[in-house]
Structure formats: C-alpha cells, structure tokens
Design a protein around this ligand. Structure first.
Ligand SMILES: [Zn+2]
Length: 137
C-alpha cells in the first residue's frame, strides 16, 4: 500500500471565533462588488447590472447563503458532483459546489463557505449548514 504523506496540515486558527482577523488572506473569502451608486451587490462584474454604473467597490462576503438552483453533473458516474447557484446573504449570486451527496442538495438549503477557491477548479466550495444537513439524513 502506498501511503500518501503529503497532506496539508489544516489551519483553522482564528476562524472559529467569528472575529475578522486582519491577517487572513483574502483567498479564504469571497470578494464581491457593490455599486456605489445604487447599492446593488454583484459578483465578477465590471458594470452594475441595474444602473450600468462602473463605480464599484470591492467588499468581502461573510460566506453564508442559500441554494437557489442545483444540478448534478455526470450523474451516475464516480465523478458526479453538483453545480449550484448560491444566493449570498449580501444579495449576489454565484456558482459553486456544495459538498455532500450530489443529489442531496436542494433549493432553499442554507450553506456557508468552506473554501473560496477549490484547488482543482478554482471555484468556491460550500458546505451545508448543520441543521439542514441533519434534516435530510
Ligand atoms: Zn448600480
């Protein structure tokens, strides 16, 4: 048996306190844009979709949201995974993956950010908020 010994040590220091640590790199959070004119929140846009304004400021999401739509890619294959649209608490929508059984993700499920950038696909990864997960098992 080949033993994989290169696993990265988990570094969760400071994340459980709920306090914003100014030393935390932004790769661990989702950054979004908010229009300074009308206040609309958006993700990866150069222009505000509402007022077409280009004066956007970057803000940091707190990482909680709700599943709006979920589909399973490569259903019935070992590589099955879900692709979900997540509406974040700040009001913008982004595409990401929710951990867990691919068919166990439903619209309305509450999720929170697990990893801002998946090392393989570079997409955000979410996990189900605990109470919701228990309700489906
Ligand atoms: Zn606007």
């Amino acid at each position: 048996m080949y033993q994989h010994s290169g696993s990265v040590a988990r570094q969760t220091a400071g994340s459980a306190t709920g306090l914003l640590d100014p030393g935390t790199p932004d790769t661990e959070a989702i950054l979004y844009q908010r229009c300074t004119w009308c206040g609309t929140a958006m993700y990866h846009r150069l222009l505000c979709p509402v007022c077409r304004g280009s004066d956007l400021r970057t803000e940091r999401s707190e990482g909680t949201g709700t599943v709006r739509h979920s589909t399973v890619v490569h259903r019935n294959t070992p590589a099955a995974r879900n692709v979900s649209l997540i509406e974040m608490a700040e009001g913008f929508v982004l595409r990401g993956r929710v951990m867990g059984p691919p068919i166990g993700i439903h619209s309305g499920d509450r999720v929170r950010l697990s990893t801002a950038k998946d090392p393989v696909r570079g997409e955000p990864v979410f996990q189900l908020v605990d109470e919701t997960y228990r309700a489906w098992t």
